[in-house]
Design a protein around this ligand. Structure first.
Ligand SMILES: [Zn+2]
Length: 197
């Protein structure tokens, strides 16, 4: 084991363009559930009735907004969640080693740990906006204009932000080391990335 850790440390030290690609699995030690992992969000039905993939879709957001918001609050926006050692180490490595951290998890823990160069491929639950007037907030709010408010995350059935995708592709193409952590890479956007690499 020690040998493997030393080997990894050497790879990191000798990298000129190191990229991390992280999923929800890096946040399980902080108390958030992963999506596809053992005991992950996708291992049981929400309220015994809805598949989580169904709840986190744009169609469901339109047709069952109350349940969608309840689900997001229950499972992803817990109070007191803090970055764990994994996030903190990445923030430390950032000083000289990591060029960027491309994340597909929708929590904000990398940024809370002090990591600034984070590409949010699936957006963040720390940004909410009104679909009518565009007003934004860092949490769910009721807009004065009466418009519908939603989190700035990519739901099933929606496209990723193309600017973020382009930057992520650029960073990955420059990379001499890519470390993937906390994701099974089975989410459909990532399969595409996998082939691209
Ligand atoms: Zn509004």
């Amino acid at each position: 084991m020690e040998n493997k850790i030393e080997k990894l440390a050497d790879i990191i030290k000798n990298s000129k363009h190191l990229i991390f690609f992280t999923g929800a699995g890096v946040s399980t030690e902080s108390g958030l559930k992963s999506f596809r992992g053992k005991d992950g969000l996708y291992s049981s039905l929400y309220k015994g009735k809805y598949r989580p993939e169904e709840v986190l879709s744009s169609d469901f957001f339109c047709s069952h907004r109350k349940i969608f918001l309840e689900y997001v609050e229950d499972d992803q926006l817990k109070n007191g969640i803090k970055p764990n050692k994994g996030h903190l180490v990445l923030a430390e490595l950032k000083n000289g080693y990591i060029k960027s951290c491309n994340k597909i998890n929708i929590d904000d823990l990398h940024q809370m740990a002090g990591n600034k160069n984070v590409l949010e491929l699936h957006g963040s639950l720390k940004r909410w906006y009104c679909l009518s007037c565009g007003k934004t907030s860092d949490r769910n709010f009721s807009c004065d204009c009466g418009g519908i408010v939603r989190p700035d995350v990519t739901l099933y059935g929606e496209n990723l932000n193309q600017d973020v995708v382009n930057e992520a592709i650029y960073q990955i193409e420059q990379a001499d080391t890519l470390i993937v952590a906390g994701t099974s890479l089975t989410v459909y956007h990532c399969k595409w990335y996998y082939i691209k690499i």
